[in-house]
Ligand binder design. Structure first.
Ligand code: TXA
Ligand code: MG
Length: 321
């Protein structure tokens, strides 16, 4: 059930988490499906509800730096620089874990992913629980990420008792994930903090190469984030492929084609890449409900947030290759 933002409703969500159950809550990136991150049985309920493979580790969400120190060892001073600049916000750090972090959270990895979100409801929830909250995006595994409470209800409404409503997520794509070990800083997933922003703080950062055959690392599966309707880039359409089909379009600013669309969405009429990211999943969810046979998308410029947007679009279209 979707619950409006109020102290009583946050208290209900806290009670649910303390009792070892799962709750969906808003963050500035996408909605999360949370449980007490130090309680393995509670965390198992997340995997069950999402039908997520257990080799895919989770992010622990925290509300203070003291909490971070309980969970990880910090071996590299760049961690402090990154935290000072980007927390609270859409940056996840993968760091060497301490004993206290259960294996189910990290899928047996010696590292754990940690993030301090900025959304006021997420902050209040984590603080009131007094525990790190393990949370993946609140969608069925492999499908579109949710940026509103209604999106969560559509996919997981029968699996979760409480969905806290915090409005539309204003970043709209998942956090950027960076792994920091003693002498390396790796970018593992593009997201709400751009590569350019990271480089200003850490110029030695490298992008970790993806191996689709070993999907034990973040968002590194070949397909992910997919709508239930086939999706393709416009440049990939074959002759006559659209004949007799109801076609949806997702464009950056304006329709650049002569195609006869049944429904079109625009990421940012003003041409703003951050607005485009905020609308990405929102518009794909909308297109998913329009009874279409296929969704055609226009690629965006791979600059700033455009890299994270293209990562999601390519992975979504890969499902239909
Ligand atoms: O913005 C976000 O990050 C959202 C909100 C809810 O915080 N969460 C999110 O979680 O996107 P999820 O589970 O959908 O994606 C987290 C990614 C996964 O692809 C996982 O493989 C990676 O983080 N990950 C988690 N722990 C890791 C670790 N120890 N090493 C490498 N990758 C890790
Ligand atoms: Mg996800």
């Amino acid at each position: 059930m979707i619950l409006k933002n109020s102290k009583e409703n946050i208290d209900k969500a806290v009670a649910e988490i303390i009792a070892g159950n799962i709750v969906a809550f808003p963050t500035e990136t996408v909605y999360g499906l949370g449980a007490n991150g130090l309680n393995p049985t509670a965390v198992a309920k997340i995997f069950e509800a999402k039908q997520r493979p257990s080799f895919n580790p989770l992010i622990l969400h925290i509300s203070s730096r003291d909490q971070l120190k309980e969970l990880v060892n910090i071996e590299n001073n760049k961690v402090y620089k990154l935290i000072d600049t980007f927390w609270p916000g859409p940056l996840t750090l993968v760091l060497p874990k301490k004993e206290i972090v259960p294996d189910i959270v990290t899928a047996g990895n010696p590292t754990v992913a940690v993030r301090m979100p900025q959304h006021p409801i997420a902050k209040r929830l984590i603080e009131a629980c007094g525990k790190p909250i393990a949370a993946p995006s609140a969608n069925q595994f492999g499908l579109l990420s949710p940026t509103t409470a209604e999106h969560v209800e559509k996919q997981l409404g029968d699996k979760v008792n409480i969905i806290l409503d915090g409005g539309k997520s204003d970043v709209g794509v998942e956090s950027t994930i960076v792994e920091v070990t003693e002498n390396k800083v790796w970018l593992l997933r593009h997201g709400g903090i751009s590569f350019e922003q990271l480089k200003e703080v850490c110029n030695s950062i490298e992008i970790k190469e993806v191996d689709f055959n070993k999907p034990n690392a973040p968002g590194q599966l070949f397909h992910h984030y997919a709508p239930k309707i086939p999706m393709k880039f416009i440049s990939e359409i074959l002759p006559n492929e659209l004949d007799g089909k109801k076609v949806g379009g997702l464009f950056f600013q304006k329709n650049t084609t002569e195609i006869n669309f049944s429904h079109i969405e625009f990421l940012s009429v003003a041409g703003d890449m951050r607005e485009a990211a905020a609308n990405l999943f929102f518009n794909l969810h909308k297109l998913e409900t329009k009874n279409l046979d296929i969704i055609l998308v226009e690629p965006v410029n791979k600059k700033g947030m455009g890299i994270a947007i293209m990562d999601r679009l390519v992975k979504a279209s890969n499902r239909y290759r």
